[in-house]
Design a protein around this ligand. Sequence first.
Ligand code: TEU
Ligand code: CA
Length: 555
Amino acid sequence: MNNWKKKGIVYEVYPQSFKDTNNDGIGDINGVIEKLDYIKNLGVNIIWLTPIFKSPMVDNGYDIADYEAINPVYGTMEDFDKLLKLCHEKGLKLVMDLVVNHNSDQSKWFQESKKSRDNKYSNYYIWEDPKADGSAPTNLGSTFGGSAWEYVPERDQYYLHLFAKEQPDLNWRCEAMRQDIYKTMRFWLNKGVDGFRMDSISFISKPEKFEDAPLEDNKEYGSYYYGSSNGPKLHEYLHEMNREVMSKYDVITIGETPHTTAAQAEKYIAQERQELDMVFQFEHMHVDYGEYGRYSDVTFKLSDLRDSIIRWQKDLSWNSNYLGNHDQPRLVSRFGNDEKYRKESAKMLAMITVLQKGTPFVFQGDEIGMTNVDFKNIDEFKDLEAHNTYEFLKNKGLSDEKALEMIKRKSRDNSRTPMQWNDSKNGGFSEGNPWIKLNDNYDSINVRESLDDKDSIYHFYQKLLQLRTNSDVATDGDFKIVSLSDSDVFAYTRKLNNKTMLVVGSFSDKKVKFEVPESLVSMGSSKVLSNYRDSIRELSNILYLRPYEGIVFMN
Ligand code: TEU
Ligand code: CA
């Protein structure tokens, strides 16, 4: 991987919740333009924009109806061209979301495909005959609830949708379909976009033959990824895509790869295989899954999180490092403490994540420590997954209160509430009626407050990202764990030649003792960054870490 990619730090923008400039309540491209300096000043150099294409917005734009048109609620193609030009003028790269495991049932391709079994688009989707009794081909369930198969009378067949029924899965076995995708990729690359984050890319190759999947986690349907994650022809397709498209441009490619092990992940990114640059993995996002899967009321154990991170740092040559994004609850609420130690824990979590080996990803709002929302009833949630899961949990016999509590804990909407710019109406996000309610705490947690306070989370991120950018040990150094498996502390070193960086973070809300190995102390390291203003300067044998204290030392 070349240097600009290694030095890349990504800021994820979820446009509809970022900044609304025409006051229709929905963030837009002009809003991103307005805030480009804000993003740039944080110290990142790549923006990943989640989908802005024409879409009926069943899954907030991850259901694309036209890959080459901008959704009018976000603006026009001219607005986009302007955004791209301004990014480049400011030295920022712009990465788009490529959603090609599925698209929208409103797309021309699907509208044609569902008409008959013998038209140009018939084979663009995954169609299967019903069972003898007319029921769905297999027991597979969709991610968002219900069966993964939907019946269409015109064809007397079912189509597969791993996500919502409005998101039919594309058939990658179909050569013409693949060529159409490549055409669309070239369309954006020729405009000058700097790469793609590839949605659900581990699912594009479906099994030769669909089969029933085992039932787990109290579910009525088999897992949607059964047979479809890391399927038989996946790497063939990715290599073809690279050969035909990406290899012709100097761009970055980040695959989103749910249900992929570290050994499988290495296949996507091993340089000689010429597929992708890096992948998002999910193992560490599963540390608080329980009897109802993701939406269980389980709290993570540090040892599980740490073990998972260590495993991936060891087994994968390059990682995409994140603790939150638009599909996850807010990281400070989930892994830190969003009350008394909100600032301390948000900073410590950033530190622990950004300095690992790999590319750091910052999701909008995490740089000011935005928290999970306290919506009072299910109607305030917008995500279809929240609603479907709420019904599912109630059908399992849970009370309304309990089901709501579980949704509040894990809903994707926690991360999708509008960006909190200041303490004025709607947090300065919009003068209109926001498409989703703001988090009530915008009067105290907002960008204005963060910029004014020199000890803010935002300013800590600035220093941290600068450290990541300026020290080669942070990009190229070897990763090694230092903390013991039963400790409340997550500590690791990065080493390059004779340079060592020691990163220490406490996950406890009490004062804890941490013993530093003699070999590290004797190198004479001193502090380069910390989240408590008056933290110690020189590394010594024993550190007494205050709640969520985090310190970086270097020799
Ligand atoms: O998510 C892919 C995915 O497989 C899940 O891991 C994801 O966590 C999902 O939200 C289940 O809770 C991607 C996008 O990031 C997500 O926003 C889309 O809804 C999904 O694909 C479908 O395009
Ligand atoms: Ca708008």
